[in-house]
Design a binder for this molecule. Structure first.
Ligand code: ADP
Ligand code: MN
Length: 255
């Protein structure tokens, strides 16, 4: 039924991934020698049993599937040779946890990777469903794979919601934003239907992609929170949700 349909649509993506797997050798060319060496070192330590195909090629990072010793893993590799890193400065330089990093690209990327690891840890401790981070070393982040049998759970964007699911997913997202804010002292800062997965087994959201998440001390934290709120409201307006941004902000910032 519904669940099967969702898994089927996820499988279409998986086929694309299998094709990608053949291209891994080619894609490896996007990585510098030190990244490849680090990947082999991590593999030799036994954390990764086998590196699988590409899940995603983003602006700043590639995500690969991997088999771990106990469970499936996602390996997010930030490219050293990426042109878009100036955008990172805003998020990292003013974060009190990262004020003393040197102003060069490699160090910013390494700090960014550690930051995503720490943000995922904090989010998880706060009770937000996120991939459990396992290791951050230089530009490589290894985390729990959110999916089944090598197929990532679908994005909220690609998951049609029906009936009770709408309110359930929306309310859980708002609750996660509140937990992030109140318990983890964090604002996601890139929250949208593109960075939320839906577990088709129980139709619940999973937050991902937290490299840019900032602590509340960050001078732009309020602005980022407001943008997150607007993104969520814009997406859910298609499902008839008409909450006001101010209402949502109050809920998130409530005790
Ligand atoms: P980007 O910065 O490129 O947007 P994301 O962290 O959003 O990177 O990851 C890109 C895509 O990779 C996601 O949309 C998702 O499909 C997949 N992905 C990322 N992390 C995981 C994970 N832990 N488990 C399964 N799939 C993941
Ligand atoms: Mn993303």
């Amino acid at each position: 039924e519904e669940k099967i349909r969702r898994i089927d649509s996820a499988k279409d993506k998986s086929r694309a991934r299998e094709k990608d797997s053949a291209r891994l050798k080619v894609e490896e060319n996007v990585f510098d020698v030190s990244t490849l060496k680090l990947l082999y070192t991590i593999s030799n330590k036994g954390i990764i049993k086998a590196l699988g195909g590409s899940i995603s090629t983003g602006k700043e990072a590639n995500v690969f599937y991997a088999e771990g010793s106990e469970k499936e893993l996602a390996v997010k590799i930030y490219r050293i040779t990426s042109g878009t890193f100036n955008a990172m400065d805003v998020y990292i330089m003013k974060d009190p946890r990262f004020t003393n990093i040197r102003n060069n690209k490699r160090d910013i990327i390494f700090a960014w990777t550690r930051k995503e690891f720490q943000n995922l840890k904090r989010a998880k401790s706060a009770g937000v469903r996120v991939p459990e981070p396992m290791l951050a070393e230089k530009n490589i982040l290894i985390m729990e794979f959110m999916g089944e049998n090598g197929v990532s759970y679908p994005l909220l964007k690609n998951t049609p919601l029906e009936g009770d699911e709408i309110k359930l997913v929306y309310d859980t997202i708002v609750e996660y934003m509140r937990l992030l804010y109140k318990e983890a002292n964090l604002v996601h800062a890139d929250l949208s239907e593109y960075n939320i997965l839906i577990d088709p087994n129980d139709v619940t959201p999973i937050f991902i992609d937290m490299g840019q998440s900032v602590t509340l001390e960050h001078p732009n934290a309020r602005e980022f929170l407001y943008r997150d709120v607007q993104n969520i409201l814009r997406f859910f307006s298609r499902y008839g949700i008409r909450d006001k941004p101010e209402e949502l902000l109050t809920k998130i910032q409530a005790e």
